[in-house]
Design a protein around this ligand. Structure first.
Ligand SMILES: [Zn+2]
Length: 405
């Protein structure tokens, strides 16, 4: 409906019982506010009200609401009047000074009646008070870049390169997100996530359209750009001191949003751990070699890393227990249990046990065959300080043993 006198605006009015649009007849600066794109913009508010129902106002939902209306304005004008300036809103309304209300191709243009608007999320000209038309151009400029493509550097100093997919494809993505996924309190991050999801569903996870959607968001300062997984690699870092138990931390090449699956040679039920970029404290039993690799996958594709083999060390300092100590007639020797790479308890085996007196004479010798625990009778030893030694034939370890009668 025609509204007031010399009112330089137009709007969608939602009411309890009715919804309508009203248009002003302009003033010395504006011709009557009835251009095709402005009409489509107001109809766009109606579409939004009955789909995502983005709350108007100073929240980000308000900026998205205005941004979608400009998107539909551009789409309708492109469809009905392709020779007009698709990316300028209200370009026909001005006689002098300005060339449009908002410029979706160049939101920072000084020739817009609303003044300079941001082309980067929270970049220059972003309104911290949340004026919806001002902050809407981040969304509508995203849509321009998705449609037409572009290269440049945004206000976050991110270099971007978007290959346009055409307005016909771009509008399918925008409409799917608005009509199926966005809700009334949506934020810019929600708009990014739902349009990316929509592009994947419409065109495929790894499609040029999905890539352009992601890259266009990166261009306006949100997200990280399209990142197909090209190669995967891992490194290993020892996290234990010299000797047993030996543990390593494995780390994979980071990819944002990727899933990591870790495989260990010779073990059942691989992968051992999933979704961690780092795996910590994997224990390698003495003399045991395991090789580890991982697969990295994301929404687009996957890759398999190199494999790194590590062998557990065997210096067994303090790795056995003498009990009781002081002892009387018997003493039990057992190796300490560690947790193996497959999370089961393990302990090192030993063969020979010797007990020495303080002069270094062997007072006891017991031959074992790869045992983890043994008992020695000490009833024939007199009270005193002894040294007890275990060996596996390669490594030796000693502790003090006290006999007390
Ligand atoms: Zn509006």
């Amino acid at each position: 409906m025609h509204s007031g006198s010399s009112w330089p605006n137009a709007q969608w009015v939602s009411g309890q019982n009715n919804n309508f649009m009203q248009y002003g007849d302009g003033n010395s600066t504006y011709r009557p506010i009835v251009s095709l794109d402005v009409s489509a913009h107001e109809f766009g508010h109606g579409i939004t009200q009955f789909t995502a129902n983005l709350i108007p106002g100073t929240q980000e939902s308000g900026a998205l609401n205005e941004g979608f209306s400009d998107i539909w304005a551009a789409c309708v004008e492109h469809w009905a009047a392709p020779n007009k300036q698709t990316w300028r809103i209200g370009e026909e309304l001005f006689t002098t000074t300005y060339n449009c209300i908002r410029d979706l191709q160049n939101p920072k243009s000084t020739y817009t009646s609303e003044g300079q608007h941001p082309d980067t999320y929270k970049g220059s000209y972003w309104d911290n008070n949340g004026e919806a038309h001002t902050n809407s151009t981040v969304l509508s400029h995203w849509f321009f870049l998705l449609s037409q493509g572009g290269t440049g550097t945004n206000d976050k100093a991110n270099l971007y390169n978007v290959t346009g997919i055409g307005i016909e494809n771009a509008q399918l993505i925008a409409y799917r997100a608005e009509s199926m996924y966005l809700n009334s309190s949506a934020t810019y991050t929600d708009a990014m996530n739902t349009t990316i999801q929509s592009a994947r569903e419409l065109f495929g996870n790894c499609s040029p359209q999905a890539a352009a959607t992601i890259n266009a968001w990166y261009a306006v300062g949100l997200g990280v750009g399209f990142a197909p997984i090209t190669t995967a690699s891992i490194t290993a870092r020892k996290t234990s001191a010299t000797g047993e138990p030996t543990s390593y931390e494995y780390t994979a090449t980071p990819y944002l949003g990727a899933t990591y699956r870790w495989y260990v040679s010779g073990m059942a039920n691989n992968p051992q751990q999933t979704d961690l970029i780092n795996v910590f404290d994997w224990y390698f039993p003495c003399k045991t070699t395991k090789s580890v690799y991982c697969t990295v996958s994301n929404y687009c594709n996957s890759a398999t890393s190199n494999s790194i083999a590590k062998t557990g060390e065997c210096t067994r300092l303090n790795s056995f227990i003498v009990s009781p100590n002081p002892a009387t007639n018997t003493v039990t020797i057992s190796t300490i249990q560690n947790t193996s790479i497959d999370q089961t308890a393990i302990s090192t085996t030993f063969d020979d046990v010797r007990i020495y007196d303080q002069q270094g004479n062997v007072k006891k010798y017991q031959k074992n065959n790869k045992t983890r625990q043994t008992q020695i009778y000490t009833s024939d030893l007199i009270s005193g300080v002894y040294t007890i030694e275990i060996t596996d034939g390669t490594y030796k370890e000693r502790q003090v043993l006290i006999i007390q009668k």
